[in-house]
Design a protein around this ligand. Structure first.
Ligand code: MG
Length: 156
């Protein structure tokens, strides 16, 4: 088995929703990014690539490449999964944590879980998503952005 972890942060900017875990969450701000800013899927991609020993998301999908401007991060996730599939690696489980003071994420967690399970080709019971605040401390607590952590276990 192989374990991997990922971490990502995106800052807020003007907007009316945040794309998180492939789901559009209504909010008074959006997330600043070259892609769609899906911080949760970026952390997940990094965990998957890390477990597979394949580097990181920036190496595979550089933000200097116009091909990735505004790209749906589900597409990035599916491309990562294709690389894992080609190496005979499959996902045992993924445990993901979103860190945000706002917006309230609990109502959207089940939809994110289903979306991610679909892209990973696993049963939703293998995906866990947690959402927490930082009790108004730090950059997430000041509502300057959102952070995400991901841990995955692969079978080879
Ligand atoms: Mg990112």
């Amino acid at each position: 088995m192989r374990i991997g972890q990922g971490f990502d942060v995106h800052a807020f900017e003007a907007g009316d929703h945040c794309r998180l875990g492939g789901v559009d969450v209504p909010h008074t701000q959006g997330l600043k990014a070259h892609s769609d800013g899906d911080v949760l899927l970026h952390a997940l991609c990094d965990a998957l690539l890390g477990a597979a020993g394949l580097g990181d998301i920036g190496r595979h999908f550089p933000d200097s490449d116009e091909a990735f401007r505004g790209i749906d991060s589900r597409e990035l996730l599916r491309r990562v999964m294709a690389q894992l599939d080609a190496r005979g690696l499959c996902v045992i489980n993924a445990d993901l944590t979103l860190v945000a003071q706002a917006p309230k994420l609990a109502p959207y967690v089940d939809a994110m879980r289903d979306t991610i399970a679909q892209d990973l080709g696993v049963n939703a019971s293998r995906i866990n998503i947690k959402a927490t605040t930082t009790e108004h401390l730090g950059f997430t607590g000041r509502k300057e952005g959102i952070a995400a952590f991901a841990v995955v276990l692969l079978d080879e």
